[in-house]
Design a protein around this ligand. Structure first.
Ligand code: NHX
Ligand code: ZN
Length: 696
């Protein structure tokens, strides 16, 4: 299994932007309102239902009054009701409440309906009963509830909805269906210090940082450049694979230059309404010009910037093209000294419309590559800061174990390692947790519970041992780390390599790797006399490699030095291939021949090392995981120096010493600040900065 990118967008600094008046706040308030309303309603409906006995008969009540059982009376004219308190004496209580008088002893209230308030007044004054109170009991609360509350609720609902809509649209108060044409750009203003990112927060990316520092210089001091008649560049394109920190870099520019920062995604321009994209572009630039000097950042610009089709009737996307045209005009439209600089990020510069890339638009391309081993170390240092590690963790080792990982992947490794350690109940994150995290990210989840028969297990072990044997025997195959027959992700077993980060790949590398990849299937055939479907992934990779060698790299016998690779992206090829049918057949033949040769080679190597392969398989079946030390014990030391060894030879001991020095710094009790300081110094030592001199 080879190291590959899982492009997981995990960067602690990247996505922490918060809109003003964030969601959490509003939710609390609306909960509060809800609770208050519930309490009010509750007290209204259940509040005064304390035991009041209703006397259904008005004559009976008159009897009570006349017999002197009643202490006081309250008249509720609007309800045509009377409430009375019964005298606190046993005979009165018994007479009024009957046998259950004990329940009413505390609150001796009764109520009765009366024909009308006037009639009752007449009657009561005739009896001479004095303790009567007339209550104006028009229930204001009830009136309010019936007449005003519905309107209030309605209004509150509308306010809530419109606020929520504008919240979704980002700041600026734009929102609702009437504002589709407004730009959705999110504005990070100068004063915002909470999410401020500076170059210090960006580890690695030394080259890109240097180029982008120039843009900061333009923004900070435009006069210096314009005085000599130069023009400030309008835009820069950040190009690089996912997760390498393009957004982070753009934020750092804004943070360093201390200017407002408009951020939006290319797909934000597109909406279901026609013409919206173009008007959003216009609105964005209008807003930006008001805030100049400032930065506009458009993420994933390929969503709008893809090359416009040549055939206007077929396969073209009018809406997107209109948006792109508007973007092009806006970039041309304002003077270059207006102080708006546009940064855009993409992972595919080749498919962008050429008009976007010409001088005066995105005239600079800044390549943000996957980090090399040194940069990975710096990135690890950043992400390890919040993690409690112990002395078993060595940053250099981690950096070496993670070729092909992006910054986001490294952040993911650190987080995953912490989670694994926590699951095991450790108080520190250890080296093994990091290794497990790397394995998990490359290979997926371990599935120890998969049910596998002994025969299947044997096939798996033979297959993996085949990979291991051949990659050990071939000079240019990737160095092996370990071989496992523990199911993980989709695979039942895997041979783990540490790909060398070479800059150039020669034919021998390709062939040896293909041979090693075919070793699994070859071992099944040679030693078990059967083949399984399990090799599908191996075969897919080999086939693609073979076709690439023939059609792209010009490395085959009958089609030498011809490449049908198309880097322009104008693949009107889609249907028509750039070569004849005859060539197509030839490509097929050549690819078939290359794969066939390597398969035969793999079988031959396995037959020569049958004994070693058998020992490896047995070891695998016994232990499930074997490491390169075990292979060394079986086959003896590999006689070839790895690329890493070569680099160390080349650079002498200086590098090793430097690495050792930084290792010390990584111990948890050393202050993090000093650590970062040291790092920056090392960086500038490595790469003498000749641009800086010219500017000063
Ligand atoms: C299946 N899986 O699909 C079972 C569960 C030949 C011993 N019935 O070549 O595990 O057969 O050297 C990425 C990586 C599919 C994607 C591996 C998608 C493997 C792996 C099929 C070992 N190791 N094959 C290998 C394997 C399989 C598969 C993959 C993938 C086997 C082989 C998978
Ligand atoms: Zn395999």
């Amino acid at each position: 299994m080879e190291q590959k990118n899982s492009n997981s967008p995990v960067n602690p600094n990247q996505n922490t932007s918060q809109k003003p008046g964030g969601k959490g706040n509003r939710f609390n308030v609306s909960w509060l309102y809800g609770i208050i309303i519930m309490i009010l309603l509750g007290t209204y409906f259940f509040g005064d239902q304390v035991a009041i006995k209703n006397i259904n008969s008005y004559p009976a009540f008159r009897q009570f009054v006349e017999k002197g059982y009643i202490e006081s009376i309250e008249v509720y004219a609007s309800k045509n009701q009377v409430q009375a308190v019964v005298e606190d004496s046993l005979p009165s209580l018994k007479a009024v409440f009957g046998e259950s008088y004990k329940n009413f002893e505390k609150d001796r209230r009764i109520s009765v309906n009366i024909p009308s308030a006037e009639k009752f007044e007449e009657y009561i004054s005739s009896t001479g009963f004095a303790n009567v109170a007339y209550k104006d009991d028009r229930n204001y609360f009830e009136i309010f509830l019936v007449s005003v509350l519905p309107f209030l609720l309605l209004i509150a609902f509308f306010v809530f909805m419109s606020r929520r809509m504008s919240g979704q649209m980002g700041g600026g108060g734009a929102g609702g269906i009437f504002n589709v044409g407004k730009s959705k750009a999110q504005l990070f203003d100068k004063g915002n210090t909470v999410n401020k990112v500076t170059f210090k927060d960006v580890a690695g990316l030394a080259g890109a940082k240097q180029e982008i520092e120039e843009i900061v210089a333009f923004l900070k001091n435009p006069g210096k450049y314009t005085e000599l008649g130069g023009k400030i560049p309008k835009g820069a394109l950040l190009v690089g694979p996912p997760g390498t920190g393009k957004t982070l870099l753009a934020k750092a520019v804004a943070g360093e230059a201390d200017v407002p920062f408009f951020s939006m995604s290319g797909s934000d321009f597109v909406e279901m309404f026609v013409g919206v994209g173009a008007s959003r572009v216009r609105d964005l630039f209008r807003q930006a010009k008001e805030k100049a000097p400032c930065i506009i950042f458009i993420d994933e610009i390929d969503a709008v910037g893809r090359a416009r089709g040549k055939n206007p009737n077929m396969g073209s996307n009018d809406e997107r093209e209109n948006t792109l045209n508007q973007l092009l005009t806006e970039m041309d439209g304002f003077g270059s000294n207006s102080g708006v600089i546009i940064l855009a990020a993409t992972n595919r510069a080749d498919i962008l419309d050429k008009a976007l890339l010409r001088a005066g638009r995105f005239d600079r391309q800044i390549h943000v590559d996957l980090p090399d081993v040194h940069e990975r170390k710096q990135i690890f240092n950043v992400h390890l800061r919040p993690i409690k590690i112990n002395e078993t963790v060595d940053v250099n080792f981690l950096a070496k174990q993670t070729p092909g990982f992006s910054g986001a992947d490294i952040a993911n490794v650190c987080n995953e390692a912490a989670l694994i350690a926590a699951r095991k109940g450790k108080s520190f994150v250890e080296k093994q947790d990091f290794l497990d995290a790397v394995d998990r990210i490359i290979g997926g989840l371990e599935k120890k519970t998969k049910i596998i028969t002994q025969t299947e297990k044997k096939s798996i072990a033979f297959h993996e041992a085949g990979h291991a044997t051949i990659s050990w025997m071939l000079e240019h195959a990737n160095p092996l780390v370990k071989v496992t027959i523990v199911p993980r992700g989709e695979a039942l077993g895997a041979a783990w390599y540490l790909p060398e980060e070479r800059q150039l790949t020669i034919r021998e590398h390709l062939l040896d790797e293909m041979c090693a990849t075919l070793g699994g299937r070859a071992a099944e055939e040679v030693f078990l006399n059967q083949v399984s479907t399990g090799a599908i992934n191996d075969l897919e990779r080999v086939t693609k490699r073979a076709y690439a060698m023939v059609a792209y790299f010009g490395m085959s016998e009958h089609l030498p030095n011809l490449s049908y690779y198309d880097s322009t992206g104008h693949s009107d090829y889609g249907f028509t291939k750039p070569y004849s049918e005859k060539t197509a057949e030839l490509i097929d033949m050549e690819a078939k021949q290359i794969v066939g040769e390597q398969y035969e080679r793999a079988k031959a190597i396995l037959l020569q090392n049958a004994e070693g392969h058998a020992r490896l398989s047995a070891l695998l079946l016994e232990r499930e995981v074997i490491f390169s030390e075990d292979l060394e014990a079986v086959f003896g030391k590999r006689p070839w120096a790895s690329r890493h060894d070569e680099l160390i030879l080349q650079n002498g001991e200086a590098e090793e010493a430097a690495l050792a020095g930084e290792m010390r710094q990584q111990l948890p009790d050393s202050p993090a600040e000093g650590n970062a300081e040291e790092e920056r110094k090392n960086e500038s030592d490595d790469k003498p900065d000749d641009h800086g001199k010219a500017e000063a």
